[in-house]
Design a protein. Structure first.
Length: 114
């Protein structure tokens, strides 16, 4: 989940701000991961997890943090057992959205953070 938000040529203040944002992203990822853990096998949509983690009202870019967790293998799309298709749930916008569940690596990550 490493990101670089300041170029080598940017001033020191930009590097300090980027470091502060890295800490905020890590905290948001942790809160989302805890929400996905609480959802169990039913899982959550990214927005449901953000609501559970109290991130949805902060405009904190929770959709990006959920994507980061997925890319790191800490959560994954929940799939149908019969055909392997992605499980969907009706979102607040009335459209079907994917449901994610925590992975074994995600549970291990939470144990390591405790």
């Amino acid at each position: 989940m490493a990101r670089h938000n300041a170029r080598n040529t940017d001033p020191t203040t930009s590097h300090r701000a980027a470091a502060a944002r890295r800490a905020a992203r890590a905290s948001q990822c942790q809160r989302l991961l805890e929400a996905f853990a609480a959802a169990g096998r039913d899982g959550y949509t990214d927005h449901e997890a953000a609501q559970h983690a109290a991130l949805d009202e902060l405009h904190a870019g929770w959709w990006k943090r959920a994507s980061d967790l997925r890319a790191a293998g800490l959560i994954e799309w929940r799939t149908s057992r019969s055909d392997g298709s992605r499980m969907l749930r009706r979102g607040d916008n009335g459209l079907d959205v994917g449901v994610s569940v925590i992975t074994a690596a995600g549970r291990e990550s939470l144990r390591g953070a405790a």
